[in-house]
Design a protein. Sequence first.
Lengths: 332, 286, 399
Amino acid sequence: MAPRHAAVSPLLALGLLALAGVVLPLVTRDSYYLDVATTIVMSLLLTMSLRMQISTGQLNMAHISFMGIGAYTSALLAMRAGLSFWLTLWVGALVAAAFAVPIGAIALRLTGPYYFLITFAFSEVARLIFNNFFVDLLGGPSGLVEIPPPRPLLGVAFTGKLEQYCLMLALFLLGAAILVRLEYSRFGLAAGAIRQGELLSATLGVDVLRYKLTAFVLGSAMAGVAGGFFAHSHRVLHSSDFGLEPMVQLVIFTVIGGVGSIWGPVIGTVLMTVASELMRELRHYETLVFGLVLILIMLFLPDGLVSVPSRLVRALARTRARRGAIGVDVAT
Amino acid sequence: MSLSLLVQALLNGFGLAMAYVLVALGLTLIFSILEIINFAHGEFYMVGAFVAYLAFGVWGLPYVVALLAAIICVAAAGVVAERLVFRHLRGKTLNAFIVSLGLLWVMQAAAQLVFGVQDKSVPSAFSGIVRLSGVVISVERLAVTLAAATLIVALYAFLEHTRTGRAMRATAQDADAAALLGVNIEAVSALGFGVGCGLAGASGALLAPIFSVSPSMGALPVLKAFIIIIIGGMGSLPGAVLGGLLLGALEGVGTLFFSSAAVNLLGFLMVIAVLLLRPRGLLGGT
Amino acid sequence: MRTGLSVVRVVAALASVAAMAVWTPAAAADKVLPIGVLGPLSGGAAAYGLDTSRAAEMKADEINAAGGLKIGGDVYKIKLIVYDHKASAADAATAANKLVSQDKVKYIIGNTVGATCNAVQTVTEPQKVLFSFMCWGTKNLGPDKPYSFRSLLSQWEVAEPFYRWVKEKHPSIKRIAAISPNDTSGIDTNTAVVKYAKALGFEVVADEYYERGTKDFYPTLTKILALKPDLLDVAAAPAGEAGLILKQARELGFKGAKGWTAGVNPVPMISVAGKEAAEGVWTPANIDVTSEFVSPAVRKFGEAFVARYKEVPGAIAIANYAAFDVITKAMVEAGSLDTDKVLAALTGRPHQTIWGPVVIGGKDTYGIDRQFLYPVVIAEIRDGKLVDLAQVAPIGLKK
């Protein structure tokens, strides 16, 4: 079975993304722009892995909770056991994956809206635990503060915005490469088949549960990596960082971008983050405008922003066809 | 732990349960007919409360008029929302999710701009306390329960015994088959959305005098509504009533022994348990 | 033929504009001083955020109308930059970063909601940006955060004098119940109340929390009232929720004393609770701008605020207004916008503000003098109005 064909070679797209990422700090060293860029790149890791899960037909509302597990694990190991970030980051991801196995096995017994609801319930349980239980360990409603930054590596200190941006970029590109490889392999084919029709896929011999669980655990590990980075760069953790609001934001970025393409989340995340930063000027009108933007995009671009190029192409083809049929310039 | 304390705790839980069941029924009706989860449902509840605040609290109209006005206004708003926005999203869960979030923000921000951020109080339509051997029953809450129960019974009658209601149930069961049988799916969807929102608006108007009214008041009731319909079963009216009573009992009695955070946690664990053991809910049918 | 004449016209227009720019005498070198304000401007905590930003707006407009700030040899007009962090810590950090690196702000005056202050401090402290806020929490002030100030009395200054007053004036009260929302300010407030009440000899029968957004308090109140408290303290509950708790407590039959340790705005609370339930509530460090007991300055501020924004300001608004006042005056006195110099002009001496005299102290509690201290006015709600009963010193202020 040959892997799917993409409109643009995936390696080329990945390469362009890497190029853009590397060029940015050459263009600007401004602390705020680097801060926003770092947030975007971290969100990209989260939304692309979420999209990978959606591609197997599951909207996992607990994705953000695994980011939280990675974050708290890495932070606490660094603070209490004195371990280095360069180790705790990966331990955090492993712990997130370890939690994902049983939780995924339980949740994936359900499908559709029931799966959505059970993962939502899990995410609320996680948030309540982060906020109210094991307070001596997790910090309670006041949060976990004074998390140490990453220790210097190869003589480079990671306390500045530039170094943190480069670190997150490297982590993201690693994750993106894995996701691209998956998408254009048998996994991607199976995922597409599952999304189109689970029953049919199962009849054809696709081990539906295995694919979904793999997507769940892998996605959770990636979320855990993002969480570890978040903990040591923000240095303050609070349960609200892993609650419904940020999770909803991830879903919005992913769906607005378009779940049909692996690059959908990239477009969605970048454009929506930039838009909301620009909308800060609107103060208390920000929420209103943001809401309207969401509604309009979903109504007029139901396949997401990533469908804009193909829609333009089709619109152009239609105009050309019309012109050809009438033989005269229709648009005056 | 005296018996009267336990009884009081149970009554506390049941006291407003029916009002939350109204919200849950609206949510599940919309889900059954249009196959979308409307996250802005809590905002329709909030609009109902504000209509009651204006009609009863500010303009001094009789409470029953305010209640009817709330139901009608919110139902109309629901129909408009369905015609303008949601009809295009039938069955598209992901897109409907995003759109309803957008609507949530638009409605909340609009309410904040129009009414300001401070909580507004609405005078009580009923007052009085009944004390029965150490147990306190608020007449106001009793009235709310009766009104909500009446609306629930009316909804049941509508769905079972009127042609439109049966058309709605048919659409909920199988939209394609219903269309083949001559049901006007478009009209049923619009009406169903309107009725669903109207129920939420009714609940908002009923609870407005008991609670205060604010733009963000819809979040907690809609969360409760989700828990109720999961426990009781999506698409089941008696299930929603049972779910509301169970959740009420958990919260009323649980608070006596545990912290509020632990009670919330228990609620979600209960949801997970039901989803695993009986995903269709306790009384969920098809 | 359109081209020739229109080109001439355009060039002429441009030339005249250029000429005007050159010949108009340059306006007196008015420089711009950007000052940042942060807060939750939407969502559940918006009342606090809007009190913060509106107060800053009023003071900034006042200063600009009076000609601006004369610092060193220059005149500065204040440009207020306000961002909504929606009560999210991560968002607050990004907004603070934007203020500091994009908008070139060296002063952030105003922020509320516990965890967001810590997040903002990760940006402001390393960059020596002066940050004045009203968040509650012990971890917000310290010798490792020399550029951070709290402009509102917190529970650590207020709880002890308040309960000491209760003990002296009402010795029959022995059993205390405290209820607060389950967040940073709630936990800190209850902790302070429990600590000081116990130290003073009270018995704390209930130390309860509720989830923010709760409106039905019957279950929690049933639990608390079964323990027969003499005084019910709604501690850190915001106005709307405090009003509901008191109203429902009365319905459930509670007839004891009532307190509101961390209350900041009585008017909306009374509106929700109703006059009977609010009757007799004791509240320290609160303010009712319509009361006959407040100073003319406060009354004037309140009237101007209501006229402009149609909502009544609370203590948070007045605190930020005072902070803005104090900090801008320190800039003028220091003759510089350098935060170290302004810091020196701020600390070590009392300031005259809308509260009256304010001292920046708190070294014993926090290890550094960065807490605005002003008299604690213990008041009682009578017939829907706040009546001042006593004025006591907050912890840290030696009267």
